[in-house]
Design a protein around this ligand. Sequence first.
Ligand code: DOR
Length: 456
Amino acid sequence: MDLKSAPDILVHGGRIIDPARGIDQMGNLWLRQGAVSEITPPAPAPEGRRGLLVVNAAGAIVCPGFIDVHCHLRDPGEEQKETIATGTRAAARGGFTAVCAMANTSPPVDNRAVVEYIQRTAAARAVVRVYPLATVTQGMAGRELTEMADLAEAGVVAFSDDGRPIVDSGVMRHALEYSRLIERPIMVHEEDPSLSAGGVMNEGPVATRLGLKGWPGVAEEVMIARDLALCEVTGGFLHIAHVTTARGVEIIRRARERGIQFTAEATPHHLTLTDEWVAGWRPDGRRGMPYDTATKVNPPLRSEADRQALVAALRDGTIDLIGTDHAPHSDVDKLCEYNTAAFGISGLETALAVLLGLVHAGELSLPLLIRRLTCEPARAFHLPGGTLAPGTPADVCIFDPDATWTVDPSEFASLGHNTPLAGMTLRGKVIATICGGRLVYVDEQRKEILSGEVAA
Ligand code: DOR
């Protein structure tokens, strides 16, 4: 990104929330040459200043751009599902200014050539920052480690076989030992396949009612317990992806009490939806379609008690951060019976609005939600950004917490239209996203918020 040529931007009159610095105040945010310049107290915007783009943020929240450490961009290899161009446009629409691209592409990111392909393509086509991940094991086969040091040197920010667990404990131990040397997290998809085999939704009464094979929470919990033990022994960098169960949360909480250092994540869908959605239940009283394959995700949507435990964990810091696990699929993968459909939810463009549902319901405070989407992911993955501190990259999200809109996947920038939220009315909408001092998204219906050097 050529920051020198980014215009000066004044984000005028919003409520500025920067959890990294404990800021929550009304004011003006100034961005100059692609970096945050300063926050000034409320004052009228200067009129007709040359070279200044003014974004009217009255009534809106202004915060650091969100950072998604868990995002499937599918490029290379499955460009019918998503590309780096479409996935990053979806990110911008969702208020994200940086995404970590998961490594289960085709071919997987297990060598430098694929990393360089992603970096080159992102430089040419991405509208937000793309940080590549590489796989932990060659071909994601779970046996031989990749050349982790070489891949880290090439710019990989973390390692993950996500989509597949690392079943072999010896391999996992070595990966954690290496992670310490190269100071990059190992991000784990926790699933013991001997327990989850054939499961397509949460094991429990809803699965029984629907006649679907269950994927039990304990398949996740035994692996969380194993990896925390290995993390303690090795002192490695562990990041636990998409935690979903109350018992998993309890195991993590106890590990924190023991002083083990690691990070953990929850997704917007596990924080807000339950396995009742697979049976067609919807919160707005409408009945959804039972067996809707858009609800099929790995790990699966869990019970309401699990969901509540996850939200409590997000509140008290047992879970550090939110990752979307944006997993776009095409119709051929989803328009089929539940048992054969692909796992995954396309989540970048609905993440903020569903999460704001927790804020509107009084389950979470707004500054804490923003913290879990900004400075905490930056801290966990050692990434720049996640704050509006002067001198940091001008990555900003501006959203209206009260605007209502109806989810229409055909309007997504993502090629993945697989969302169980289709047709639902949500409250909270991104109105503009700025990345590196450039406006990378403005809500079509809110273009009047821009004045001054709009063309820039
Ligand atoms: O639902 C999922 N989809 N979970 C994963 O772990 C992988 C992802 C995918 O790649 O589609």
